[in-house]
Each structure stands twice: as C-alpha cells, then as structure tokens.
Design a binder for this molecule. Sequence first.
Ligand code: NAD
Length: 492
Amino acid sequence: MHQFINGHYREGDGEEVKRINPATGEHAETIRYAAAKDVDKAISAAKQAFGPWSQATPGERSEAIRKLATELDRRAGQLAAIETAQTGKSIRMSTEFDVPGTVDNAYFFAGAARQLTGLAAGEYGAGGTSVIRREPIGVIASITPWNYPLQMAGWKILPAIAAGNTIVLKPSELTPGSTLVFAEAAAAAGIPDGVINIVTGTGRDVGEHLVTHPDVAMASFTGSTAVGRRIMELASRTAKRVHLELGGKAPFLVFDDADVEAAAHGAVAAAIINGGQDCTAATRAYVQTPLFDAFTARVAELMEQVIIGNPLDPDTDLGSLISHTHRDKVADFVERARREGAQVLAGGYAPGKELTAGAYYKPTLVISADQRSEIVQEEIFGPVLTALPFDRDDEGLALANDTTYGLAASAWTKDLGRSLRASQEIQAGCVWINDHIPIVSEMPHGGYKASGFGKEMSTYSLEEYTNLKHVILGQDLNAHKPWQDTVFRYKD
Ligand code: NAD
C-alpha cells in the first residue's frame, strides 16, 4: 500500500503504475497512486490533528521526535536497502550518508523543537508591553524530488512538525518507498495520527491538488526550478506561503595556489556524488590557467578509477542514475556539447557489457565548452563536470557567478584573502573553502537566485514554518489615550 493517511497505510484510488529498478531495468513493484479524494482525506486528517499537536508543549513534541529518531535508526538497514533499490545509488551512499544524515536531523530537531525563541518582551511604545509569539502555520503541503527521497522527507517533515504544524507530503512518484517507512516510524514513535501523512502520485495530479487546496496553509517544495515556478504560480491563487529549494549548477573555483591533488580528488567526489544527481554537486570547474592542465589530467585519471556498477556491491562507487530516460538526457547533453566542439577528456558514454540493462553513465569531464553553452549553463543532473580556465581572480569569480542558479559553490586556495573574497562575492547559499559537499544539521541549506528561497535544516528552518505574531499588552486602562488625539481629539 502506497498512501499513509491518519496513522495508517491505505490503498490509493488512483492510477496503477509499474516501478522499474533503474539499476537492472527490471519491474520492481506496482504502485497505486492517490486519487483526489485520498489527498482530501490526508488534508482533512492533518487539519484535525493540527489543534492538539500545535498546542502540545515544545517538550512533548521534542520527546515524540526523539522517539522518531530512534525508530528511524532501528530501521536503518531497511531504509538503506529501499533507498538503493528505488534510486540505483550505491549502498555505501544510502548506508553512510542518507540514513545517518536523516537520523541525525531527527535528533537535531528533537532538540530544536525546544528552541522556538523570539525577541525579549519590551516597552517599545508608551503604555504597552510588546510580546512576540512564534506560532505554527497550519497544514503544510510538501513535495519532494527523487534524488535523496529519505533525506528530503526529513528536511521537510522535521522542522514543520517541530514547530507544531501538521503535514501532507508527496514524494516523487519514482521514489515513494523510504518516505512511507518514515511515516510508519513516526506512528511507531507515538506521533499522533494525522500529524504526518504521505500521498503518492504525479505532480500534475496529486501535487497540484495539494498545493491549490484551500485548507493547506503553505507549500514547501524541493525540485527543479521549472516546477518551482509552477508551484509559486499555483500557490498565488490562495496567497499561500511558499518555500522553494530548487536546482543548482555549483561552480568549483581553483586558484593557482591550490593543492591540485586535493582539488582534483574533491572535484571527482563532488561531481559524481549520488550520480551527480545532487543539487549542490560540483558541475563547473574554473581553474586558474597555470593549474588547468595538471588539474584536468588528474581529474580525468581519477574518473577512470571510479568503480561503476551494481549499487548493492559495497565496493561500488557509482551506481545507476534514476532512470533510463534520465540517463539518455544526460548523454544527450554530452553529445550536443561534443558536436559543438567541446572535448571529452573522460567518460562521455554509457558502459556496456553486464551494465547495459541499467541506467548507468560514466563519470565525464568536458573541456573547451563555451561558457554560454547549455552544458555549462543548464542543470544536467548527472556525473558530468565541465572545466574552463581563467586568468585573473576577478574573472574567475565573475564566471562562478555567471549562471541563473545560486545554491552552492566552492573555492580552492591557501590564501586567506582569496578565501574571504570568494566567500563574500560568490552568490550562493553555501560556499565551501577547500571542500565541496559536506552539510550538517545545525547549519542552513538554501538557495540564492533561481535556486529558490527559504532555509532547510538548522533552527533557521523553523522560521519558514512559523508565523510571528506581535501582541501588545496595554498598560494604560484610561478611557483617553494620548495618541488618540491625533485622530479624534478627546472632548470632556
Ligand atoms: P521535479 O521538479 O521534476 O519534481 C519534484 C517533485 O515535484 C516531484 O515530486 C514531482 O512529482 C513534483 N511535481 C512535478 N510537477 C509538478 C506540478 N506541476 N505540481 C506539483 N508538483 C509537481 O524534480 P526532480 O526531477 O524530482 O528532482 C530533481 C530536481 O530537484 C533538480 O532540479 C534538483 O536540483 C532539485 N533539488 C533541489 C534541492 C535543493 O535543496 N535545492 C535538493 C534536491 C533536489
């Protein structure tokens, strides 16, 4: 059963579809999607649950989320297996990154639930004491992508419920499994029925119904920029708050004093992570001219060493991409770049032999592409890195910013001044110096420019899921208050 509504698994009344295992091309399971009436039931359950959950004390919510963290941890093996089966990512990624990251996030939000603080009370106007209340918003509609299904479920659900909201989440139609187990773990942890509901199906049917529903107070979306624009448009009809985590095209800036070996290793790991299907993955390397040849030669050499294949084999570095259609889309980007005169220094093809049935693609390094070309400007979402040279520091920084996206970036240098300048001037929600990829539960994640707005993780995310209310406690009980004279002079 592929819906989780009001604390229980349910069969959906929508379309029936077959899900394919992307690593083998074989039929994996049959899913029955939610129909509009299933979505309505989930929203109604979330609406019912909102009153008591929003009025629970922070301590009670914290304890429930702490138990959820323990339940998720108990299911670590099951969750990792599902994550790899549905996405094709290596089992090492699922086991060492996705699952522990989500468990850590849950423990973090168990603590953060007790940290909903505001300004100190004060007398900012004569005769009144101002108090700030931070209040949950209501029923949150969340929509997540397929690249990190479990982590994205955690990023959406945990801050929303920690702040006292209830939620209806639609995972990607390609990857519902781990999100459903997340909800099951929440029920086992004693989180009340209706607080977390999962509905599955396509964006056009289930997603749009969810976002436009009048009982939904906010739409929190992670996915492509194109769909993000559509969500904003749909949410505008009911003037809903939106939170958008969208695409990325992260630059990887290597200055001429950088350690080439560290930068090359960093580039390969950050370009192929999760099959390059990571919104913060390194996609555009800009390398100062003196290091360009050494850097690209080493990256090409390291890419050849990447072990690609069966995602369940613990020695595999790179599993399959999410689907055959997506793999072909990635391959087409590289083919078009080749036709336009770019050079492929590593990869650039789908491996044959025993891997032909799966959606595999070799780690790929492309040089000599034009800065304005699609392979440099558009999100490919595959294990493809472009590298271009630059001469002056300001030129490198300008190239790094020359994209519509602004999610993440890195700069590689031993020079403090260059580090500070890069961290100040690069327009992105996260800038790493001499590293690229690591994230922590305590720190915010979110975009600039077309990568969206709003923050995930950290206590900043609680601001997304709360309204601030200003309460003024009047101290002056007289019938005549002096400020009223401006409007209506007192006649005694
Ligand atoms: P997508 O935009 O195609 O789909 C994302 C989700 O939106 C899916 O659940 C899909 O069913 C749903 N959807 C599609 N059309 C919809 C519509 N009209 N109305 C409502 N919902 C709709 O993205 P994807 O291909 O699943 O994921 C890859 C994208 O996600 C990339 O662009 C990547 O950069 C982005 N991403 C961003 C972050 C971040 O934190 N910024 C994190 C992960 C992924």
